[in-house]
Design a protein around this ligand. Structure first.
Ligand code: ADP
Ligand code: MG
Length: 161
């Protein structure tokens, strides 16, 4: 499995990295838009405070989301409309920390995945990996040696359904 490791030294750098990935995904999705039949899914994994929400903020900014993206811990799921040109019309930010895969069925998870105009970022995606599509992108966040250092690993998921 191909993976990429990147170290960041501040929350600003992690936001930038989120923005870089968003830009790359936008570029590739323009080309493949007609081939992709389902949503684009990112599984954000790692401990509390590791940077999952921070990364999502930088990611959303590049997609033109003006509203401040906050931790979805208390709302479970939040939908941000995307108005910039391109394939995606919604960024869906999910927190799976307190949930189990079966809980996702009640709010129509299947329909969110089926819509290829959705880009879905799932914090704690590892907790519901059996209901994430096989080609989801894993982004794994690890605390570094220093307070503001993080190791961020990108992997193409081969697991899921
Ligand atoms: P999570 O969503 O994984 O629980 P958050 O993104 O909410 O984590 O919180 C990360 C916290 O760590 C923030 O307070 C942020 O300012 C701080 N931080 C310090 N250094 C970094 C870094 N390199 N990358 C991301 N966040 C960092
Ligand atoms: Mg968070």
């Amino acid at each position: 499995m191909k993976s990429i490791e990147i170290f960041t030294k501040s929350d600003t750098e992690t936001k930038k990295l989120g923005g870089i990935l968003a830009r790359e995904i936008m570029k590739s999705s323009y080309a493949k838009a007609s081939e992709d039949k389902i949503a684009t899914i990112l599984s954000l994994e790692g401990d509390l405070g590791a940077g999952k929400t921070t990364f999502t903020q930088g990611f959303g900014k590049v997609l033109g989301i003006k509203e401040r993206i906050q931790s979805p811990t208390f709302v479970i799921l939040k939908i941000y409309p995307i108005t910039t040109q391109g394939r995606y019309s919604n960024l869906i930010h999910v927190d799976a920390y307190r949930l189990k895969s079966k809980d996702f069925k009640v709010f129509g998870w299947g329909n969110f995945i089926k819509n290829k105009n959705n880009i879905i970022l799932v914090e704690w995606g590892n907790k519901i990996k059996n209901i994430l599509p096989k080609n989801s992108i894993r982004v794994i966040f690890k605390h570094g040696k220093n307070f503001s250092e993080r190791k961020i690993i990108f992997e193409n998921s081969k697991r899921g359904c």
